[in-house]
Design a protein around this ligand. Structure first.
Ligand SMILES: Cc1cc2nc3c(=O)[nH]c(=O)nc-3n(C[C@H](O)[C@H](O)[C@H](O)COP(=O)(O)OP(=O)(O)OC[C@H]3O[C@@H](n4cnc5c(N)ncnc54)[C@H](O)[C@@H]3O)c2cc1C
Length: 309
């Protein structure tokens, strides 16, 4: 996508107008399965342990190795794997991070995100698709942000006839069951969301939301930047190292860059100098990701009309 456009919507008159526009955006959007496919095909097949649930780890007394216990979900059998280094890429609720920082609490942002992907393959000329293309003429080449009163949305087209949308809604922190920031939603919640969408957004966008199968909710958290992201031979990367709100639209890039820098540091220092490699990784990435997390937090609060500290 070459364009990034912020627009404002008047909910009563159902009209939108452009606030800012960047025509040199140079942004790539991908569906997870496409990104995972690329990674999978680029890596040796024997490094994947499908259907394994990480349980725990222990660092050897001399701190030269780390042992991981994992459960094979299909057989219920537990296995152990010993390595030089444990790279914790277990996401924003990282249990590995929690073992070093048991008191760290994530910060609830004050809002949740309704999300959905409308697959319109075979329906390219439906009224809904023609309508959304008329209301958002640069769909396919533009990342649209719509600001309403204390709320905002993100809208863009993915490859293979899919439209991705996100709608941020201010609300008290929901009670979460299980270890996930994704919330299962009931039919009545979806219906209420559709009704609200009709009140707030232009009818073409509300219609896309209505036609999307299985929309879901992400509860949005971040964390104040950590002071360190490695302990002996355990290192955090991605959301585990820096839980963030998504308003920089680049949290996956942050994770991928972590992986690249970590790989380069390990290559430079070698397995015999693990500490130096992790030290360099931390000093390269932590100052950058810390700023990005706080910037994203500020952008989110402004777009949701929340008080700034
Ligand atoms: C509403 C919203 C919109 C977003 N929009 C964008 C965007 O436009 N662009 C962007 O770049 N990013 C976006 N992101 C952020 C992006 O999704 C994350 O930053 C990214 O997924 C982080 O990657 P990760 O690999 O660190 O963690 P994750 O993707 O969370 O991966 C962690 C993995 O670890 C696994 N895991 C955890 N515990 C265990 C265990 N015990 N055993 C085995 N496996 C385990 C999990 O199942 C998961 O697969 C958005 C996020 C949200 C919530």
């Amino acid at each position: 996508m070459t364009i990034d456009q912020d627009q404002a919507t008047d909910s009563e008159k159902k009209i939108s107008w452009t606030l800012t526009r960047d025509e040199n955006f140079n942004f790539r959007a991908a569906h997870w399965s496409d990104l995972h496919g690329l990674l999978h095909d680029a890596l040796p097949p024997d490094i994947f342990f499908w259907g394994h649930l990480f349980l725990s780890f222990s660092i050897s007394h001399d701190k030269t190795s780390v042992k991981v216990k994992a459960k094979v979900i299909q057989t219920d059998e537990n296995i152990e794997i010993v390595g030089d280094l444990l790279v914790a890429a277990d996401g924003c609720l990282s249990s590995i991070r929690q073992s070093f920082l048991p008191d760290l609490k994530l910060r609830y942002s004050g809002y949740c995100a309704w999300r959905g992907i409308l697959d319109f393959s075979g329906n390219e000329n439906s009224e809904t698709i023609l309508g959304i293309r008329k209301a958002y003429p640069e769909l396919g080449n533009c990342l649209y942000f719509d600001l309403g009163f204390k709320t905002h949305t993100v809208l863009y087209e993915l490859l293979n006839k899919r439209i991705n949308w996100i709608w941020y809604v201010n609300q008290p922190e929901p009670e979460m069951k299980g270890n996930s920031v994704t919330m299962k939603v009931r039919g009545d919640m979806i219906q209420k969301m559709h009704q609200e969408a009709e009140k707030v957004w232009v009818p073409e966008f509300a219609q896309v939301m209505k036609e999307t199968k299985e929309p879901f909710i992400n509860v949005i958290y971040d964390s104040d930047p950590l002071e360190k992201i490695f302990w002996d031979n355990v290192v955090l990367i991605g959301d585990a190292a820096h839980p963030t709100t998504p308003h920089g639209v680049r949290s996956t890039n942050m994770s991928i860059l972590d992986a690249e820098v970590l790989g380069k540091c390990l290559k430079k220092w070698g397995a015999d100098n693990l500490h130096s490699a992790l030290e360099e990784y931390q000093s390269t990435r932590l100052p950058v990701t810390s700023k990005q997390v706080l910037h994203s937090r500020r952008v989110g609060r402004i777009k949701q009309g929340l008080v700034l500290p």
